[in-house]
Ligand binder design. Structure first.
Ligand code: TTP
Ligand code: MN
Ligand code: MN
Ligand code: MN
Length: 365
């Protein structure tokens, strides 16, 4: 078949200073994703990669129409194989995996709006991902994480007094912003934590604080997940992927109300489909991960859920290659002695691994 030739793509100049790049353009879903990757590369001190992503995003901003097919991309300058693959994945939507994104892309869909317009069959997670797309793109601040911590603490203590709650992930490492808020929950009396998650989510739901949740049960069995099993990064704790409904603070409410509804609804550019949550509301959607761990695994779960992801990967690599041990968020197994090493604290795990203890704030690898 003859390739479709896109004249705008064919005419695209390769230097940004040769082109007109408007503020509002037609490919923001793709350019947002590319710019996040550019930022990541920047954090990892990979300037070449970062600039490559920014150039690719910039080309799409200058395109006078929405990208309609992978063919369109092929004739564009500055869009290498890698950027093309990234675009293909469209993974910026919560609940959308690479396979679904790929199918949608091949069907010509390019944005959450397209999904709504064409009446795609969406599962519950994807519906939430589309509905709260704008909110979920916005970073979560430490202040917001603190408000959510209070809510989670209240919920957990309402259904199980004596339970312990710990802020995990990026915020435990001292980050100022994150893409979500992570919590680890346990109870000093082993067994008390069993079946805790549905009670927590019920409580939150009754208070109208949950927009979406999907709970998976604990499926960890030491016998089966132990040394015989290939190391797996996914853990088997009872856990809940959720989206919280977070009321805006008094301060930001005030600044919202100074913008009149009329201002917002003029001009079709700023109008949002009804199915998407508006940015001018007095609440926002925030991704929250809740994990429940038995007390005996709490130290391993704490270490596993603090991150960063690279730090975790390197810990496991060190354990395997240098110590002949297998580390997961559940346990540490010593292959030479054929036994599980028990630990009550992260410090003990570092000691077993023959590593100097590194505090959470210095695990931002
Ligand atoms: P994330 O919340 O994905 O990452 P983060 O908190 O470091 O950064 P961000 O600000 O973007 O949210 O994951 C937190 C930690 O949890 C990470 O170290 C990996 C771990 N983790 C698991 O152990 N199992 C899992 O299934 C997932 C998704 C994460
Ligand atoms: Mn996180
Ligand atoms: Mn993340
Ligand atoms: Mn998370």
């Amino acid at each position: 078949p003859k390739p479709n030739i896109d004249p705008a793509a064919m005419l695209m100049k390769s230097y940004a200073c040769q082109r007109r790049t408007p503020l509002k353009h037609h490919n923001s879903i793709l350019t947002d994703a590319l710019e996040i990757l550019a930022q990541n590369a920047e954090y990892n001190d990979n300037e070449g990669r970062s600039v490559a992503f920014r150039r690719a995003a910039s080309v799409l901003k200058a395109l006078p129409h929405r990208v309609k097919s992978m063919e369109d991309l092929r004739s564009l300058p500055c869009l290498g194989d890698h950027s093309q693959r990234v675009i293909k994945a469209l993974t910026g939507i919560f609940g959308v995996g690479v396979r679904t994104a790929d199918r949608w892309f091949r069907e010509g869909l390019r944005s959450p709006d397209d999904l709504i317009r064409t009446g795609q069959q969406l599962n519950r997670a994807q519906q939430a991902g589309v509905q709260y797309y704008n909110d979920l793109q916005k970073p979560v601040t430490k202040a917001e994480a603190d408000v959510i911590s209070d809510i989670v603490e209240k919920a957990v203590h309402a259904v199980l007094p004596g339970a312990e709650i710990q802020l995990m992930g990026g915020f435990r490492r001292g980050k100022e912003v994150g893409h979500d808020v992570d919590f680890l929950i346990t109870h000093p009396e082993e067994g008390k934590e069993e079946g805790l998650m549905p009670k927590i989510t019920n409580w939150l739901e009754e208070q109208g604080l949950l927009l979406y949740q999907k709970t998976t049960r604990n499926s960890y069995l030491e016998k089966m997940d132990g040394p015989a099993r290939a190391p797996n990064n996914m853990d088997r704790f009872e856990r809940c992927f959720s989206i919280f409904k977070l009321q805006a603070s008094a301060e930001s409410c005030k600044s919202n109300s100074t913008t009149s509804v009329q201002d917002i609804s003029t001009g079709s550019e700023t109008e949002r489909p009804r199915d998407q949550h508006s940015e001018e509301s007095d609440w926002r959607a925030v991704r929250v991960d809740l994990v429940v761990s038995p007390y005996s695994q709490f130290a391993f779960a704490t270490l596993g859920w603090t991150g960063s992801k690279l730090f975790e990967r390197e810990l496991r690599r060190w354990a395997g290659q240098e110590k002949h041990m297998s580390l997961s968020s559940h346990a540490l197994y010593d292959s030479k002695q054929n036994l599980y090493l028990r630990a009550k604290t992260e410090e003990e795990i570092f000691a077993y691994l023959g590593l100097e203890f590194i505090p959470p704030s210095e695990r931002n690898a």
